[in-house]
Ligand binder design. Structure first.
Ligand SMILES: Nc1ncnc2c1ncn2[C@@H]1O[C@H](COP(=O)(O)OP(=O)(O)O)[C@@H](O)[C@H]1O
Ligand SMILES: [Mg+2]
Ligand SMILES: [Zn+2]
Length: 233
C-alpha cells in the first residue's frame, strides 16, 4: 500500500474536519500547532528534550526551590493564557541567575517546552550568538529591524545567557531596545544569566532595574559551586 501523503488521514492536514459545512477541530490539531510553534521558536534539537520530568530536583534545597518556582511559573502562564488575559502584569517574567551549570538553561527550556506544548509561542534568543550576528549586520537596516522586531514582539521571549562575555555599549543599546519595549508592553521573558543582581545593575542600571522589576516575583539566584551539576552528578 502507498504511504499516505498526509500526516493525518482523518483531516488530510487541514486540521479541521468538514461535515455538512460544519468544521470541527481534528484531534491532530493541537499537536500540529505545538510542532509548528516549536519550529518557529528557534529552540535547537538538544534543548527540545529538557523538561521538568528529566530534571532532578532532589539534589539541594536551592535546586528544589528553583524547580518549584519554574513549574509554578509555567502553570500560571498557561492558566493566564487560557483565560485569554493576553495583557499580563508587568511582573510576569522569570530570571535564573548565578552559578554555572546549575540547571538555569534546563529549567528555562522546561518552561518553554511546556508552554509550546500548550500552544503558547516562545522565541529563543541565545544572547551571545544573536548579539554577534546583529552587530555583524548593523548596516543592513532591514535585517536589523526584522531581527530586533522578532525579539521585541515575541509572545514569550527566552533569553539564554544574558550578558555573557565582554559587554559593549552597543550590546546594551540593542538589549535596551528589546527589553524596554517588552517592559512597556508587559511582555514576559524567561531569562538565564550568570550575573548576580548587582552585576546586572552595574552593567546598566536602567536596564538591570527593569529586568529585576519585571521578574519581581520570580527571581531565582543560585549560589555555590556545590550546585554545579557536572561536579555532583
Ligand atoms: N538538576 C538537574 N537534573 C538533571 N539535569 C541537570 C540538572 N542540572 C543540570 N542538568 C544538566 O546539566 C547540564 C548543564 O545544565 P544547564 O542548565 O545548561 O546549566 P546552566 O545553564 O546553569 O549553566 C545540562 O545538560 C542540564 O540538562
Ligand atoms: Mg546556561
Ligand atoms: Zn487531523
Amino acid at each position: 500500500m502507498d504511504k499516505s501523503k498526509y500526516k493525518c488521514d482523518k483531516c488530510k492536514d487541514m486540521l479541521f474536519i468538514l461535515d455538512n459545512d460544519e468544521a470541527t477541530p481534528c484531534s491532530c490539531r493541537s499537536i500540529r500547532i505545538a510542532e509548528d510553534l516549536l519550529k518557529k521558536s528557534g529552540i535547537s534539537e538538544a534543548f527540545k528534550e529538557k523538561s521538568f520530568e528529566n530534571f532532578n530536583y532532589k539534589v539541594d534545597y536551592q535546586i528544589l526551590d528553583a524547580y518549584t518556582k519554574a513549574k509554578t511559573y509555567a502553570q500560571d502562564i498557561i492558566i493566564n493564557f487560557k483565560q485569554n488575559k493576553r495583557a499580563l502584569t508587568k511582573e510576569s517574567s522569570i530570571i535564573f541567575m548565578g552559578q554555572v551549570c546549575s540547571g538555569k538553561t534546563h529549567l528555562s527550556m522546561a518552561i518553554a517546552n511546556s508552554l509550546l506544548n500548550k500552544g503558547i509561542s516562545v522565541i529563543y534568543m541565545p544572547f551571545r550568538d544573536i548579539i554577534t550576528q546583529v552587530k555583524q549586520n548593523m548596516l543592513d537596516e532591514e535585517y536589523y529591524r526584522k531581527t530586533i522586531d522578532r525579539y521585541k514582539n515575541a509572545r514569550i521571549l527566552l533569553i539564554d545567557d544574558l550578558f555573557k562575555g565582554n559587554i559593549t555599549k552597543s550590546d546594551i543599546n540593542i538589549m535596551f531596545e528589546i527589553i524596554n519595549y517588552r517592559y512597556l508592553n508587559k511582555l514576559p521573558m524567561i531569562i538565564s544569566t550568570e550575573c548576580t543582581k548587582d552585576m546586572l545593575l552595574n552593567i546598566d542600571e536602567a536596564l538591570g532595574s527593569r529586568i529585576i522589576e519585571m521578574s519581581k516575583d520570580h527571581i531565582i539566584e543560585l549560589r555555590g559551586k556545590k550546585l554545579n551539576y557536572r561536579i555532583y552528578s
